[in-house]
Design a binder for this molecule. Sequence first.
Ligand SMILES: [Zn+2]
Ligand SMILES: [Zn+2]
Length: 396
Amino acid sequence: MSGTEPVPAGGTETSPAGGREPVPAAPTVGAEPVAAPVTVRALVARGVGAELRIERVRLPAPGPGEVRVTIRAAGVCHSDLSMVNGTIAARFPLVLGHEATGVVAEAGPGSRLRVGTEVVLNWAPACRACWWCRRGEPWLCADTTAPTVPRGETDDGVPLNLTLGLGALAEAVVVPETAVIPIPAGLPPEQAALLGCAVLTGVGAVRNTARVAPGETVAVVGLGGVGLAVLSAARRAGATTILAVDVAEAKRDLALAAGATDFLLSDDRLSKEVRARTEGRGVDHAFECVGRATTIRAAWRLTRRGGTVTVVGMGAKDDMVSLGALDIFHSARTLRSSVYGSSDPDREVPVLAAELAGGALDLGVLVSGTVPLDEAPVAFDRLARGEGARWVVTLD
Ligand SMILES: [Zn+2]
Ligand SMILES: [Zn+2]
């Protein structure tokens, strides 16, 4: 959905001409040979607006501290779409996907992970050494270079870029072991995949960023995968009035199933409708899950004096939000963002996975359907049309 992912460094240009590099020879440790590169099928974007295709790509063998993960399920997130349509800068050719679950198939030298471990991928592995990591804010980790380094290559020998360092809409990925989080075996893969982006982001926005308390009132603007995850987390946090807002009437049933107490269409009566349900004040917390200036302003207007607006959606860098200086002072509202749910994925994904295993967390409503890898482009079309919640590619 409207992800909260950082913009990868670099421009929108495709890989530079002459950027071909030979496939490195299979690494060896002493005299002991380790595994060779593997060829897998992956969903590849060749440029902004280009038709998405399943291509054969070559992944390197996992090096020291790396693992190869066989993907079982991967969600189609709005941030992938934003790279394909040019809203977020990306380098091409690009393997899409960053929200996935799978099984460790091969561990590089020195890896602590065992083959066969079920995992969720983490698109923001923390370095644990920078200023932000040391002060307990790993979601703001300063070590953001790794996701932008090309890895592997296409069948015609062009270096591959991987969405957020993962490229998870593929039969397998090779990633640092810091980018995988073990989960209990046996979770439904199409639901477990969502823990790595939409659910961690949505639940974290409610629990960690806004810290919604029992009895509070909430509005959620934008009902993609993350918005729906915010709704259900707000319900579980004990919010009593949970207003779901979207431009599409078709989201009504989904919103109510996810935990909303009311569904409101985003039109010129919205502020009035919200105030009618909050004793004239506006909500304690508004969550913006689209990533646009107009919806951030809408969320701002729905919030009571002294309330909090949490921006979860990632927008374009030239989409400017305008607020009145007097309004900022007089409303006493707080405007903040929630990057990756202000969460530590290594700590919080296992908690969410345990909740999913125990039935406290039900992600069924978030999964609109599953498609095989060959039909992943169809899932992107559905996402672009705003159909359903989350479409998940399954590879079992
Ligand atoms: Zn995402
Ligand atoms: Zn760090």
